[in-house]
Every structure is written in C-alpha cells, then in structure tokens.
Design a protein around this ligand. Sequence first.
Ligand code: AMP
Length: 549
Amino acid sequence: MRGLMMEDQLLVSDLIEHAALNHGFQEIVSRTVEGPIHRYTYADALKRMKKLANGLERMGVKLGDRLATFAWNGYRHFELYYGISGSGAVCHTINPRLFADQIVYIVNHANDRFVFLDLTFVPLLESLTDQLPNVEGYIILTDAAHVPETSLPNAMCYEDLIAPESETFAWPVFDENTASSMCYTSGTTGNPKGVVYSHRSTLLHTFFQCGGESFEMSSKAVVLPAVPMFHANAWGLPYAVCMVGAKLVFPGAAYDGASVWELLDSEKVTFAAGVPTIWMMLLEYVRQSGKRFDHLTQTGIGGSAVPLAMVEAFEDEFNVQVFHAWGMTETSPVGTTGAFNCKVHEMPLERRRTYQIKQGRSVFGVKLKIVGDAGETLPRDGETFGELAVKGPWIVGSYHDNDEANKSQFTRDGWFLTGDIATLDEFGYMTIVDRAKDVIKSGGEWISSINLENAAVGHPAVVEAAVIGIAHPKWDERPLLVVVKSEGAEVSEADVLGFLEGKIAKWWMPDAVEFVEELPHTATGKIAKLKLREIFKDYVLPTTAASGG
Ligand code: AMP
C-alpha cells in the first residue's frame, strides 16, 4: 500500500517564495565589491531572481545546464543561487582561489555554459578564457557604471541582463532529485572532484539545519556567513535563512578582522559561521583594538578543528557561544554538530569543553561508522580509530563523471569513505584524529597532527600552529611543529615544548619547533599541509643525528 500524502516536490525555489511571502520585509545587507553597503529585502530579491530566470530563458539556458559563478558573498550571488537553481539549471560555484589549472579543469569538466563573475575576477577569467572553449559568455556582476573594458568574449553586464526582464516568472516544477547546485572539492591530490547536490538533498539539509539541534536559526536571528558561498554553498546558510526568515548579512570580499567586526556590530549580527582562520583574525583584531561583541551570541566553526583556546577566548573573554561542526563538500556540508546531549550538558565546564572540541555528534539523517583496513566496523568506544564512513540523503552518492574516485571512495554497500581518521564514542560524538594523509606515523603508531596543533595554540604567544611528519631513520616519521608567534612575542622552542609537557603523550612531543612569519593556507582557508611539507621537504630533524641515522 502506498501512502496517500501529496507528492509535492522539494524544490529550492520554494524556499525563496516562502521567505518573500512570509518574511518579505526582512533585510539582506551586503558589503559590495564596488564598495558601498547594499540593502534590500527578501521581497525585492525574489523579484530580481525572477527577472534573472527570464533572462536565463532568453539566453537559451535549459534544465540541467551548468552555469558557473566566481563570486564573493553578496546579494547578486544570492540571486544566482535561486535564479539558476529555481530555473532548473545547476548553480556551479567555483573557488577562485584555486590554482589556474584546477579552475580550467573544473569549468571544462563541468561543461559550464556561462560564467557569472564579480569584478574582482575579470583579470583571472581573461587570462583563462582561451582554455575554456565551451563557455558561451561571461556575465559581470555589476552595473553599467562599473563595467570595465574587457577582452572576455560575449561579456555582458548583470544589471543590463536583468533590467528589461519581467518580475513575473512561474518557477518550473520538476523531480526533486534534479541537480540544483554543484561544487568541486579542493582536493589536495589529483584533480578536483565534482559534487552535485539535488533540490531534495538541499532541502533536507536545510530542514535539519533549521530544526535539528543545530545553529541558532530563527526569524529573530541575524546571520553572517563568513564562509564563502563557493565553499560548500556557504555551509547551507543561504538556504537556511530563507526557511526561517532570518536577516542575512553578506561580508563581500572583506574577511579581515576589522571589516568582519564592523558588520557584526553595525548590523547586530547574532550568528556568524566560518573556518578557524577567519575567527583567529577576528579575535586578534578585537583583542588589539579593545572591541567587544554586543550582539553576537553564537559562532559556528568548522572546516578545520577548533582549538580549545579559541573556545575559551570566545566564551570566557567575549561571552559568545562556540558551536563546532564537522562536514565536507560531499556532505552538503554539515555532517555532525556540537550540540550537547543532556549528559554532556550536565557535566562541569571543563569536561563539557572536551566534548566541545570533538567534531560533534550524529544528527538524524547522517549515519556514521568507523571502519578498519579490511572494511570491518570498529567499536564506538571513543578510543579505537579508523576511517570515518557516512551515509544519508544529503551525502554524495557518487562524484560527477569520475570513475576512479567512484570506485575508491564508496563501499559496496553504499557508504561514502571520507578520508578522515576518527573515533566515535558511546554518545555518537565523533573526534577527527587526522586526515588520513596528515597523520604522523611514528614507530608503527599514529600521532594526531590536529591534537598537537590544538595544544600548541593554547600557548598565549602562539597565533597559529601546524604539525607535519618529517622522515626519520628510526621512527619512520616524527612531528615537526611550525609556529607563527604573535607580534613582538619572545618565545623559544624550549618554551613551546615545555608548555606542551603534560598536555600530550610523551612520545608525541615534536622533535623540533620552527618559527615562521606565516603559514600557507588552502583556497578554503585551511592550513595547506601539502605546501608546508613541500617547504620542509629537505628538513633534517635534530634527533636524526642522535638516533644514529
Ligand atoms: P572541505 O570539503 O574542503 O570542506 O573539506 C572537508 C574536510 O575538512 C573534512 O574531510 C575534514 O578533514 C576537514 N574538516 C571539516 N570540519 C572539520 C572540523 N570541525 N574539525 C576537523 N576537520 C574538519
């Protein structure tokens, strides 16, 4: 017997229709690439999205066509999210910070028909366009007054494209499993891999974000995504705000501490989400300038592990709650969240914090397990670690046109292998020990680079830390700690190592500490371990000589 409920399709266009109808007054504020702050409402946004949809139709865009975006977080990018997906085309956000050859690969592999780009990226696309034979035209996200001279073929100005169009458009209805958006993982090895989200997966992920034990989302919230819209759909926030009718604040291209703080303050932002690197810059700024957070009540932090020192800074110094989450481009992206269960909630602060720096616990909709080398399921005892495998309706089922990864990263019974090495405990809390390729193999045992880094940034003079394995004749690999110290701080190798004593297992103690001006970061703001390993590829540990190697 079939259920007799309506088979209403879950479509992205319903989110913006809902927001405009029920929260049409709510503001969307953007720091623009051109400079000034732009303000309008959900009702205004919907009208412009419909103009865009009509424009796309005139351009001959069809169901399933891929349209690329190279854009910062702003209202026009938001219009593309809905105008493109709502029309049945695929909004393909591209990370402009990737290497040029990766960008070329991505645009060609996805077969993008048109490229929408912010002014910032005109020179970048001009330098690549010869290698992008399938792109039919470039739409610059600005108005006629700001459009530059450009050698881009078939260049158009976004405002000119939508200006003549009607504000009336009936969103097409199609199967909810149709592709809505697309994002390539920034893969540190090999070519980037394409993840294709569906309308259904996007809506289910949004329901969870707004309803489950997740971020503080409501129509009273003021939300600032400090995670770029080209990084896993800004963690789903541009969809979640529409479901609840929250005020939305876009930081544009300015992610430095001062610019982010200014918006948090002037727009009375209550919730902001980003990677630890962004928060590190913000914390440095507020400390040095003596600023406070008068409105911010919660930060969502993910993408890399949150160090305890960052939790303490936000919560104890600034009274802002830290909500740690884990996810991947492949998981839409939120896979676990740091919401306390009732047992953890009752624990004394210090113990509770040990849970807060774990990567979070299972949410309904994402099944987690850890598996050993032979694919066997390992115990959830909080100690045994193995590769994290996940499954669920908003988890990637296969990569776009990539036989190799589709063979190696999925189990026969349909689990996605994340490449993260993790433990799971009795409450379902997951702890990432390391990325499989970053873990340090010493004497047949594993050392977690993440744990060492988190311990090191607890030192008051350490701003950022990274640990990599250096070849060692006796132990195979030993850890090298690379540190950025705060401006003007006097701190030695012995100070840092002394600080780590008692905080980590004795045999995990780094064999050396190197101080650097800055650490290399990936296109999504994480520490670029691959680059760091390259920089230190000829490094010889002082202990090598001692071990007779
Ligand atoms: P991306 O798809 O670029 O967002 O990268 C996903 C990867 O980032 C995951 O597989 C993890 O290795 C890492 N990651 C994401 N969130 C966290 C977190 N909270 N703690 C540690 N690593 C994380």
